[in-house]
Design a protein around this ligand. Structure first.
Ligand code: 13P
Length: 337
């Protein structure tokens, strides 16, 4: 297969009308925080056990078509000696890899951030692809304040996402492009709407500048939401605001939009996805949730071998409900069934 065919095959294997992506790519400090919440130490063995548990969930491939892994996980094995990427693919779940190296302050733009990791990216991608990764993920972060993101912040973060994306495509790796406008703050939904529109405009300008093939990427955006410390909004209001911004900024050539959950509860993230799909658009509107899929799993598991089945049942339930939400067929009553 040439590079173009590899990209096309990965898109075909990941994008359909009922499945989504599981983000299980927590960096070392983040997984430590998640495990601390259930009083579990973050050892290599506990991380290996947990991520095997996720991908060995029977039936998960019915609802999940891709998994984002952290570097360490690519070479870890399950109890039967199979690498975790192979475990994922045995359920027709395409393995991918988070390749960014987190954020730092953006010089010249007080309050804005920029993501590290471009140096040596092509060399690292060759190794990751060899270890089974067929797609990658890179996240840029935009805090909302009265003055952020600045015009420089919007521009510099977009450039970096586009640079990453073209490096991936040249090596036959599908890029997930993740511009995340954060939920923190007291701002109204209109402010998130305004910022998300600016950010997505800049991202698609930069992708065009760098010659990124839109058909061979996946966009991972935030939903348009009010700030966490503002009033709440209904799923219908969120869906309307989110799709208005998307119609103005995202070309129909992008095959799939896979939302991050960003701090929404699992139930909110599913209800909002459902409302978004009831309105619909020219793209697949799916998930790439981390916390909104995994929170109930960690709660059920508690780091105990005897809870593995309950933990896997919790994952399958969230994955199934999100699959229904993808088709606009979810109701909150299903939570207690
Ligand atoms: P959340 O769904 O928890 O926001 O995580 C998704 C993700 O991968 C962030 O980069």
């Amino acid at each position: 297969m040439n590079t173009h065919q590899r990209l096309q095959q990965t898109i075909s294997d990941m994008v359909d009308d009922h499945r989504g992506v599981l983000a299980a790519d927590e960096s070392a400090p983040t997984i430590k925080k998640r495990f601390a919440a259930i009083n579990l130490e973050s050892t290599e063995e506990n991380r290996r056990f947990y991520r095997s548990l996720l991908l060995e969930t029977p039936g998960l491939g019915d609802y999940i078509s891709g998994v984002i892994l952290f570097e360490e996980t690519l070479t870890q094995k399950n109890a039967a000696g199979m690498t975790i990427p192979d475990v994922a693919w045995s359920q027709k779940i395409v393995p991918g890899i988070k390749v960014d190296k987190g954020t730092e302050a953006l010089a010249g733009a007080p309050g804005d951030l920029i993501t590290k990791g471009l140096d040596g990216l092509a060399d690292r991608l060759v190794v990751y692809a060899d270890q089974g990764a067929r797609f990658a993920k890179w996240r840029e972060v935009y805090p909302i304040t009265a003055t952020n993101p600045t015009p420089l912040g919007v521009h510099a973060n977009a450039e970096r996402l586009a640079h990453y994306a073209i490096v991936c495509q040249e090596l036959g790796v599908v890029p997930i492009v993740e511009p995340e406008v954060l939920m923190d703050g007291e701002h109204e939904i209109a402010r998130c709407s305004e910022v998300t529109e600016q950010v997505l405009h800049a991202v698609f300008d930069a992708l065009r500048c760098y010659g990124v093939t839109l058909e061979h990427m996946i966009l991972k955006p935030n939903m348009v939401l009010p700030g966490k410390d503002c009033r709440t909004a209904s799923p219908e209001e969120i869906a309307e605001a989110t799709l208005r911004v998307f119609r103005r900024t995202i070309p129909a050539a992008v095959p799939s939009i896979n939302f991050l959950s960003g701090g929404q509860s699992p139930e909110e993230a599913t209800a909002n996805l459902n409302a978004i799909n009831q309105l619909g658009g020219p793209w697949q509107l799916s998930i790439s949730y981390g916390r909104a899929l995994q929170q109930p799993v960690l709660q059920a598991w508690q780091g105990k071998a005897e809870n593995v089945e309950a933990a896997q049942a919790a994952l399958l339930k969230r994955a199934r409900l999100n699959s229904l939400a993808r088709q606009g067929q979810y109701t909150t009553a299903m939570e207690s069934e």
